[in-house]
Design a protein around this ligand. Sequence first.
Ligand SMILES: [Zn+2]
Length: 493
Amino acid sequence: MPQATVFAATIAGVEALPVEVQADVTSGLPGFGIVGLADTAVLEARDRVRSALRAAGFEFPNARVLVNLAPAPLRKHGTGFDLPIALAILTATRQIPAQLTAGSTAVGELALDGSVRSVAGTLAYALAAARSGHDLIGPGGALGAARAVDGLACHRLDALQELRTGFSSVPVPDHGSDAHYAEPDLADVAGHACARRVLEVAAAGGHNLLMVGPPGSGKTLLARRLPGVLPALDDAERLESALVHSVAGLNEAPVLAGQRPFRAPHHTCSVAGLAGGGSPPRPGEMSLAHNGVLFLDELAEFSPSALQTLRQPMEDGSLTLVRAEGRVRYPARFTLVGAMNPCPCGFLGDPDRSCTCADGIIKRYNARVGGPLMDRMDLVVRVDRIDPDLLLAAEPGESSSIVRQRVLVTREFAFARGGLSSGLSGAALLHACRLTGSTSRLFSETAKRNHFSGRAVTRVLRVARTLADMDAEKRVTAAHLAEAVGYRGWESR
Ligand SMILES: [Zn+2]
């Protein structure tokens, strides 16, 4: 009985799990069945495989063909099974030798003309192959990302026709891990001394940041420059973030080159768009921002349910989707940068134009963002429009690389002291601040006078600790506290 097994994999979350594709060709009524908890895309492989094999000059067996995907309880997704199914049938019918695919994991979608196309998640497939001790078989377009996996051998196959001559020689295309991807630079930002300072504090301490200001004041311009002043991704972060991009079908090359992700979903973005979803499930914006920056412009315009979904990842650094077929976990640890107008008309506090909003409306507008989310914004900064005359006269600002250098020094100091202050609270935070008796008394008077909540105190202390780190000081001083109190936004007004 002609039988063959070829290894494949299926995506679950940001991982690919190994699957065995067993083809069984028996005499009997001609037919082609696929069993083993396959989704519609996998079932449609039947038509693509049949046409592709014929187009490539192979024979589709005039017999009963049964393909079993094992293990049976695992849900199999997507068009990446086309290639392993075709290879299993070709092996079972002795049209290609079994050793051609032995010890390999195959992934690829087939076109009707026999060409092989890459599918989303190549990096995940590559890691799965490496974990199984296999080589990877796939189209050239897919193998670039596989370069990021140490020691993995790749066999390139761009069309089934090529199987007649064996696989193409395999120096994998250079993925360009040394390539440079241009990022917007702080040098392009004139003026905005206060916002630039706050951006540096946010980068140094890993703090979330809210910018409040009228339309056209440069909030987006500033936010886009945060990734460029953060340290480059380390090796583990690169792989984590690249996996999310790969599984989502996005280009993972900039991330693999060390660039921090920057995601800026529109305020009409759905909950599924933010958190992930669909069938098969795909990661959302919060996961695409993993290890990078999630920028939410017009924060108050996001739906309450969308803002609500931010809470779990902001606490856990990951999120879990509950699906009919089980749970999917996606990483989602990001720095949140929000931007909003000071009021619905946008001109509250503007020196040139007056606000036309009623008091009640402004209160309701600010309340939309909600206390729990505001508690996570350590830094709130006002960003105003710059006088065009000043703008033209302004010296070019410091470049991102100079600021990043200082951020690296600050972070080194912080880690030597015990860790970034954005992760501290309670007794650990107080201990890290090492306030003197008189500074401590002064601060509790300020807190009482301004009716600070316990959470507000925590946020001020965190920021003050980062400011002290920037000065390479072991103790938080009254000056650090005073500056930190200034970054509290409307709560303290
Ligand atoms: Zn207004």
